[in-house]
Design a protein around this ligand. Structure first.
Ligand code: NAD
Ligand code: UDP
Length: 320
């Protein structure tokens, strides 16, 4: 009998790629989403399949799933700074109450649950690169705190269910991931820069551009999550690509990739924007036998072609 898996946030960027992967592995899938930042277009190709069901549901309300469940992948949450700054209360609620509901459901069904945590639990890190032993440096009352603290609470309650109820839990600390199906207007740096290049606008760097990020291509991320779910490891695992770059150098790379001659303009750095970010992936290598395979240049080519294939209307709509 096929394994049955619930994926929350299924209509989002990562959730939709996870649906594709688990369909490929022969699972029966329930995709759940309230579409607050997601888009049904990301999963409409799955609607015709017998082994895919979609539940339009806000997981901050009690979750009812009939029948058995073997696994839960909890990915519902706004994930881009402009999203969680726009909807701070929903962000806090989905990370806290939403997670509580997912854990309760996992306990009820005796299912294994993997939660999508984030490099943001490290805040503006004082340890570099960030390994899982580092406790982080988060401004609880800053504007980004709504996301970071919801995710930190999410990790705590997940470990409490693991320790107190013996629930099988997995925690993925996901670092900046990119690829097709990101929303062109979600404000994250890759869709932002590519959208600007395609619309013929200047590229906006926040701050001096010397802050760093390390970008992981979506296929690598999905492989890491897949392996973590099936592993027997319950402590958090960083999943990301350690290839670190400054935002300024990255903007130059985008200009080269798109072959456009826009200029770069500098805008104010958002509050609490982390200065450095790079995953230490020693643990993922050791316990999952995983490391990323797709280089930034390969991954960015695929991503650029995806955004280029969107209609002119969508491109126009994505303007802020
Ligand atoms: P996304 O915004 O594309 O997807 C999130 C999905 O969750 C959306 O479809 C949204 O509609 C849904 N959702 C939000 N609140 C909900 C609710 N209350 N009930 C039901 N559905 C709800 O974002 P993403 O990049 O795919 O991120 C997915 C998960 O991965 C998030 O939990 C995020 O925190 C985590 N993550 C992502 C990254 C990344 O780089 N993409 C990095 C770290 C962590
Ligand atoms: N950034 C930028 N210009 C933009 C969007 C983002 O310079 O138009 C910067 C942002 O300030 C941050 C980095 O790019 O330092 C990555 O931002 P993103 O929102 O993608 O993710 P974060 O890692 O901050 O959550």
């Amino acid at each position: 009998m096929a394994k049955r898996i619930l994926i929350t946030g299924a209509a989002g960027f990562l959730g939709s790629h996870l649906c594709d992967r688990f369909i490929k592995e022969g699972y029966d899938i329930i995709g759940m989403d309230n579409l607050i930042t997601g888009d049904l277009k990301n999963i409409e190709h799955l609607f015709k399949l017998d082994n895919f069901e979609f539940f339009h549901h806000d997981i901050t309300k009690f979750i009812h799933v009939p029948g058995k469940l073997d696994y839960i992948l909890h990915f519902a949450s706004p994930a881009s700074p402009i999203d969680y700054l726009k909807i701070p209360i929903q962000t806090l609620k989905v990370g806290s109450v939403g997670t509580l509901h997912c854990l309760g459901l996992a306990k009820e069904k005796n299912a294994r649950i993997l939660i999508a945590s984030t490099s943001e639990v490290y805040g503006d890190p004082q340890v570099h690169p960030q390994n899982e032993e580092y406790y982080g440096n988060v401004n609880t009352i800053g504007p980004r705190g709504v996301y970071d603290e919801a995710k930190r609470f999410q990790e705590s309650i997940t470990m409490a269910y693991h320790r107190f109820h013996g629930l099988e839990t997995r925690i993925a600390r996901i670092f900046n991931t990119y690829g097709p199906r990101m929303r062109l207007n979600d404000g994250r740096v890759i869709p932002a820069f590519i959208g600007q290049a395609l619309r013929g606008e200047d590229l906006t760097i926040f701050g001096d551009g010397l802050q760093t990020r390390s970008f992981c291509y979506v296929d690598d991320q999905i492989e890491g999550i897949y392996r973590l779910l099936l592993s027997d490891y319950s402590d958090p695992v960083n999943i990301g690509n350690p290839d670190e770059i400054t935002i300024k150098d990255f903007a130059e790379e985008i200009l080269k990739l798109t072959g456009t001659d826009q200029v770069i303009v500098y805008k104010e750095l958002p509050a609490d924007d982390p200065l450095k970010r790079q995953p230490d992936i020693s643990r993922a290598k050791e316990v999952l036998g995983w490391k990323p395979k797709v280089s930034r240049s390969e991954g960015m080519k695929i991503t650029y072609n995806y955004f280029k294939s969107l209609s002119a209307e969508e491109l126009e709509k994505s303007e802020h």
